[in-house]
Design a protein around this ligand. Structure first.
Ligand code: GLY
Length: 427
């Protein structure tokens, strides 16, 4: 373990998840310096933290920086560089890195790989078919009245899943992806699967080789509008813990199974993992999907609740320590609401000034930046999802009240948000 206050960490990414990670890690007595590449205006304001103007696609630049400093730990936040093998590059250069290599990141990078992995290891999941032929996918939909979910195989920024109400809609989604190339090469292969009904729970944990540490649960709101209506997004809000699962034993059980399954396949996994579960009306869990990272905005609400010093655990781990004997202490309930730009999840309108952030602190809220940029001394909208307004409380209602009071202070033209985060109706 590095001595108190002596470690330098590099976080790669620029979203709300990376802002929340930097916020949590910068509070650790073990961390002397935190670099975020490229970071955002939020990470730039954190103590001990500076942004480095390197894109997450610039693997040569990032590698050179990490070697030159040198950093004690690299944490890769988003899926794109993980699936492109950035983690492998750091490990090959002898740098401690949290984030799986490309082979294990296929759990997120290929929906077909993930489903086949689940089948190989007897992990519960919906029945499915994998297709590159639009006609064969449409025939499968006609022959299987429950096959109503269509997923682009590759990465599609959280927008590549269509949950159809009928065969017509499902077949249109297939055509959109395979024939009209809506998601480019990510949709050349599709997974068509049985539509399940129930309660969705997001589980988060850390896996390192043969060991795992369960972090906790969250629940996200994927659709743009209240009542879970409208188009799919990367996530319009989240709460933690999930109101559908206060049972950490379930989370630990799934993380144990995944750790063994990865080990059996000879895949070394070191990093955060998300397991998306659906619990059906007979209380049976089914795995919907994996992410080889923390979710965004789920990371924001999860990290707000975690009282354990994750930096201490991670630094110990990369120096040959163990996850065994560690547990995660969490406090209260957290709610996060995403403020999105006009036009999102299509083409977002950017460049509008953002006002009112300074007034949010009096409500006990924490605001994480997702898609903002500085322009002179003003803050501007720079992406589809702009900010996550978060707060904790002794219960969901208290956290929710703080968030919505803080949110009312913020303004930018065309701002979109959901009013029902933290008051989901039971499905
Ligand atoms: N909120 C979903 C994701 O991070 O992909």
């Amino acid at each position: 373990m590095t001595e108190n206050g002596s470690a330098t960490l590099l976080i790669i990414g620029s979203g709300g998840r990376e802002h929340a990670l930097a916020w949590h890690l910068s509070r650790s007595a073990h961390v002397a310096r935190l670099l975020v590449a490229p970071g955002n205006p939020g990470t730039a304001t954190l103590p001990k933290t500076s942004n480095v103007p390197l894109s997450m696609d610039d693997s040569e630049g990032l590698l050179a920086l990490a070697l030159q400093i040198p950093v004690d730990l690299v944490i890769i936040g988003p899926e794109k560089p993980l699936c492109a093998g950035l983690g492998d590059r750091f490990v090959q250069a002898g740098l401690p890195c949290l984030g799986p290599g490309a082979a294990a990141a296929k759990l997120e990078g290929s929906k077909a790989f993930a489903k086949q992995f689940m089948v190989r290891h007897g992990l519960p999941t919906a029945s499915f078919g994998v297709f590159t032929s639009s006609r064969e996918a449409r025939d499968y939909i006609d022959a299987n009245p429950e096959a109503r979910v269509v997923k682009a195989d590759g990465l599609a920024a959280g927008k590549g899943v269509v949950v159809a109400d009928d065969a017509k809609q499902a077949k249109e989604a297939v055509c959109d992806m395979i024939e009209y190339k809506r998601f480019g090469s990510a949709g050349q292969q599709v997974v068509v699967e049985q539509r399940l009904f129930g309660r969705e729970v997001s589980l988060f944990g850390l896996i390192h080789g043969t060991e795992m540490l369960y972090l906790g649960s969250a629940q996200d709101a994927k659709r743009l509008h209240d009542g879970d209506r409208g188009p799919n997004t990367g996530g319009m809000g989240a709460l933690s813990p999930s109101r559908y699962s206060t049972d950490d034993a379930l989370g630990r059980q799934f993380f144990q199974k995944m750790t063994s399954a990865l080990h059996q396949e000879g895949l070394f996994y070191s990093g955060f993992l998300y397991i998306g579960l659906l619990i059906d009306d007979q209380d049976r869990p089914h795995i919907l999907e994996f992410n080889c990272r923390l979710g965004d905005p789920e990371a924001q609400v999860l990290l707000l609740r975690i009282q354990t010093d994750l930096a201490a655990i991670l630094l110990d781990l990369v120096q040959g320590g163990t996850l065994q004997g560690h547990s995660i202490s969490t406090e209260g309930h957290a709610v996060g609401v995403v403020l999105a730009a006009a036009g999102y999840p299509g083409e977002p309108r950017i460049g509008m000034p953002i006002t009112g952030l300074a007034n949010t602190q009096s409500h006990g809220a924490t605001v994480f930046h997702m898609g903002t940029r500085g322009h002179g001394d003003r803050l501007e909208v720079a992406g589809g999802r702009v900010l996550t307004v978060c707060a904790t409380g002794t219960n969901l209602q208290a956290a929710r009240q703080r968030v919505y009071a803080a949110l009312a202070e913020i303004h930018f033209d065309g701002m979109q948000w959901r009013n029902d985060i933290g008051c989901f109706r039971e499905p």
